[in-house]
Ligand binder design. Structure first.
Ligand code: ADP
Ligand code: MG
Length: 302
């Protein structure tokens, strides 16, 4: 089921959380929305799921608009909010039956059993939600998102706060679900997108800064120019950034700088001159192979 996001903007007061965001997601795609905290990921997801209206623009899900066909949209979309507002006093099965009832499903008990089975909650179904570990609560959140069998799943930071084992379990679950459904998940962790998604949309400060397959994003940046240089004493970041070809500069630790430079640029000579001018020496200088993590950083560093 396709999702079309056209020119979506969102203002909170005078703050622009989303700025003319547009993209399409094809049926069956598993897309990662990647961005640092405050980028606008949750806002985007709340708009697509009809929880808040945009200030401008439109979203359609399977051709239905969030503006005047929100019931049709909600029927097709399952949503795991960022901080799943689960009822901690309810039992797992009781809660899922309650959600199934809200969707006016037939065969509530049967459907609840299916969801419990699919999300691996069999042993937890008679526990109170408040007694569950974070990983199992997240499963309950995913189960409630899917109980009405939507074709689209929107998962807001589905693995945040999980321990490494729980993380692998939930990723596996999402991969399995992704075989049958259109999935959009948000995260601020690049590896997450590499592990689960076929495509990444990177947003920063409310704008899309990259939209590509994960494979292509990696290959584009393998040739990227990242230099690590360690000086024997302080050098101003501003001066490094002013070198011709330097785009972004970051202090990694004491006097160890990470420099993102244009592909064609060889900064070595200029760096030596800079060191001499500043009466420091260069202790080490290395070129780093760019990882997707760094692609992300170089696109989202301000
Ligand atoms: P992300 O999910 O990528 O961390 P959000 O969509 O939650 O980002 O937030 C984007 C920006 O909008 C942030 O600067 C945040 O502070 C702001 N924001 C989010 N929700 C509200 C709100 N209800 N009222 C005012 N500002 C908000
Ligand atoms: Mg968020």
């Amino acid at each position: 089921m396709a999702i079309t996001v056209s020119n979506i903007s969102k203002l909170y007061g005078s703050q622009r959380a989303l700025d003319a965001v547009s993209f399409n997601i094809n049926p069956g795609e598993v897309v990662g929305i990647l961005g640092p905290n405050g980028a606008g990921k949750s806002t985007l997801m709340k708009i697509i799921t009809c929880f808040i209206p945009p200030t401008g623009g439109n979203v359609t899900v399977d051709g239905f608009s969030i503006h005047d066909q929100s019931i049709e949209v909600r029927r097709r979309v399952g949503y795991l909010p960022e901080n799943t507002p689960l009822y901690t006093e309810m039992y797992v099965r009781e809660y899922l039956e309650f959600v199934a009832g809200m969707h006016k499903l037939q065969n509530i008990k049967k459907r609840t059993s299916e969801m419990i089975e699919m999300t691996g909650l069999a042993r937890e179904q008679h526990k109170k939600i408040g007694q569950l570990s974070k990983g199992f609560r997240q499963r309950v959140g995913i189960a409630q998102a899917m109980i009405h069998n939507p074709d689209v799943l929107i998962l807001d930071e589905p693995t945040s706060g999980l321990d490494p084992n729980q993380l692998l379990d939930i990723r596996q679950l999402i991969r399995t679900l992704g075989k049958e459904k259109t999935v959009m998940l948000s995260t601020h962790i690049m590896q997450e997108v590499e592990a689960i998604c076929s495509r990444a949309i990177i947003i920063n400060q409310g704008k899309i800064v990259a939209d590509d397959t994960t494979a292509s994003l990696s290959s584009k940046l393998t040739g990227s120019n990242i230099i690590l240089v360690e000086f024997s004493g302080p050098v101003s970041g501003e001066k490094i950034k002013n070198l011709k070809g330097a785009r972004k500069v970051k202090l990694r630790e004491n006097n160890l700088w990470e420099i993102h430079a244009d592909m064609e640029t060889d900064l070595r000579e200029d760096l030596f001159k800079l060191a001499v001018d500043n009466k420091v020496s260069i202790l080490s200088m290395n070129r780093e192979n760019a990882s997707l993590e760094q692609v992300f950083q170089s696109l989202t560093l301000i």
